[in-house]
Design a protein around this ligand. Structure first.
Ligand SMILES: CC(C)(COP(=O)(O)OP(=O)(O)OC[C@H]1O[C@@H](n2cnc3c(N)ncnc32)[C@H](O)[C@@H]1OP(=O)(O)O)[C@@H](O)C(=O)NCCC(=O)NCCS
Length: 206
């Protein structure tokens, strides 16, 4: 059951949604392990039609996880490296042209809208998160309190380095660089280089 963000009552996943998730897992299990060029080519052919939209030149590495293909739109020349993941069983993810997601990185829509522009590089082990757990009530466990989704927007020409966390509701403007290991809690202005926990402006690109 998926908790509802609105009233904390669980949403029962429909049979159709459950079957869809099972099908997606089966499909990934069949094709997700094939290495090298044959794997990339096979997955391009067999994954692309499942997306809400898929441009040309999709490359997915071994073990890429996609949930909610139909809620994900991707542009041309998108690379999803080994063991990276896109979760949009609920919510939506949009990736522009020339977007690269590093090994083990994850974009988790979680009821929210996550939008990434063109020419965006995302390093390995980075997490982009579209929702927090609601946690205000003390009388029921946090896991039963639902999610609070918040739109994440990453504009064009952004480099997010290794091992970063982008929190729900954050807007990263074009030309920004997110330094390795940053936890981004607030909006990042255009051409800023930020780093640290919480991420602070280190300088501006000139
Ligand atoms: C953010 C980054 C691009 C900045 O590079 P830079 O502009 O050359 O910065 P500098 O090395 O000159 O450091 C400038 C200051 O920022 C600090 N800084 C640099 N990177 C930082 C980071 N990731 N987090 C926090 N502070 C950082 C430095 O300590 C230095 O501080 P000081 O002036 O007090 O000494 C780089 O440090 C970085 O994090 N690269 C990511 C590498 C990576 O993950 N690659 C693989 C992914 S694709």
């Amino acid at each position: 059951m998926v908790p509802s963000p609105a009233n904390n009552t669980p949403i029962i996943m429909t049979t159709k949604e459950r079957i869809n998730l099972q099908f997606e897992e089966l499909w990934r299990g069949l094709w997700g392990w094939i290495p090298g060029g044959p794997g990339t080519g096979t997955r391009r052919l067999l994954y692309s039609p499942l997306f809400g939209r898929a441009g040309k030149g999709l490359r997915t590495g071994i073990g890429v996880v996609v949930q909610g293909f139909r809620n994900i739109r991707i542009g041309n020349n998108v690379g999803l490296n080994r063991l990276s993941s896109l979760y949009a069983a609920r919510g939506t993810i949009t990736l522009g042209n020339n977007v690269f997601l590093g090994d083990f990185s994850s974009i988790n829509a979680n009821d929210a809208t996550v939008t990434i522009g063109n020419n965006v590089a995302i390093g390995p082990m980075t997490l982009i998160q579209g929702a927090n757990h609601a946690m205000d009530r003390l009388d029921i466990p946090i896991v039963q309190q639902g999610h609070i989704p918040a739109t994440v927007t990453i504009e064009d020409d952004v480099w997010i380095a290794a091992h970063c966390t982008i929190l729900p509701g954050v807007h990263i403007a074009s030309g920004a660089v997110i330094g390795a290991g940053a936890v981004v809690t607030k909006d990042v202005p255009q051409n800023a280089v930020v780093g640290g926990i919480p991420a602070k402006i280190l300088r501006f690109r000139e």
